[in-house]
Design a binder for this molecule. Structure first.
Ligand code: G3H
Ligand code: ZN
Length: 277
């Protein structure tokens, strides 16, 4: 069934477990994320990013599909809008029925991030929608990796108090869109953030983090683990392999299905690694 993000992330944080949050670009991802979560017997956060919305030209079709698939899932599925910089898109997500949004003003100076985020929180909370924000820019989305960025624990606590956000994305050594899984996380910083920040912590750019480090990050206090690139790697490998084996294939279902099945298996594997069940 469709679930509230708070009801998936909150209990995971309370039992110091991880919660998988996976990005869907198209319908094959939506099905794979849900089927993979069902096989793991774990709840899951299904995310649509502002970049994916840009690719499709609008949020509504994929969002409607994600909500419909969530409603008929055998596990609890939350539908979340990821990395939104535009307050108009936040509004569209809320009106379409997304249960949560990640408002990303992390590129702005601290005080501007606070005031932009606070406005989004006021609007979203009025509509019963859960809000994640980011402090300490986690790089890599533009192809420029900045694994050196760090979130200051005292500033993070102040940011949460000043904005009222429900979860906080923090910079602790990961970087977006890594295709190698060799990021080095600052576990000591994660533990300090866990002590000072009263809301669940979110790890972005988790594709670049090896499984064992993901487990250690969860143990140190991370809860929501955002993964996108790792699924795309699997999807593309499945498609490529199938097309190489069947170069005369014409029906896209032949190769998209192969990509989808690889993503399903990877989602199940990752949820097991995160103890997300
Ligand atoms: O918000 C999405 C995640 O941070 C995904 O990052 O593509 O590096 O796994 P990733
Ligand atoms: Zn991210």
């Amino acid at each position: 069934p469709l679930a509230a993000t708070a009801d998936i992330v909150g209990p995971a944080a309370a039992r110091r477990a991880g919660c998988g949050a996976f990005n869907a670009i198209q319908l094959e991802h939506v099905h794979a994320i849900i089927t993979g979560a069902e096989a793991a017997g774990a709840p899951v956060v299904l995310q649509l990013s502002q970049n994916a919305v840009r690719y499709h030209g609008s949020l509504a079709p994929l969002c409607a599909a994600a909500l419909a698939a969530a409603r008929s899932a055998e596990v609890r599925v939350a539908v979340h809008l990821d990395h939104v910089e535009s307050p108009e898109l936040v509004r569209a997500a809320v009106e379409l029925g997304c249960g949560s949004v990640m408002f990303d003003a992390s590129a702005l100076p601290y005080l501007e991030n606070v005031s932009a985020t606070r406005k989004v929180v006021e609007y979203c909370h009025g509509a019963g929608v859960w809000v994640e924000a980011e402090l300490g820019e986690i790089g890599g989305k533009d192809g420029v990796h900045a694994p050196g960025a760090r979130t200051d624990p005292a500033e993070a606590a102040e940011f949460v108090a000043a904005t009222g956000v429900d979860a906080l994305a923090v910079a602790v050594g990961s970087s977006h869109a890594m295709v190698t899984r060799d990021a080095v996380l600052d576990f000591e910083l994660i533990a300090r953030l866990r002590e000072t920040v009263p809301v669940p912590l979110v790890l972005h750019g988790s594709s670049g983090v090896p499984d064992e480090s993901l487990r250690m990050a969860v143990r140190a206090g991370m809860t929501k683990i955002n993964i996108a690139t790792q699924l795309n790697k699997e999807f593309t490998a499945g498609v490529r392999e199938r097309l190489e084996r069947e170069p005369k294939a014409v029906d896209p279902r032949k190769y998209l299905g192969a990509g989808r099945d690889r993503v399903t298996a990877e989602v199940t594997r990752l949820l097991g690694a995160l103890d997300a069940g």
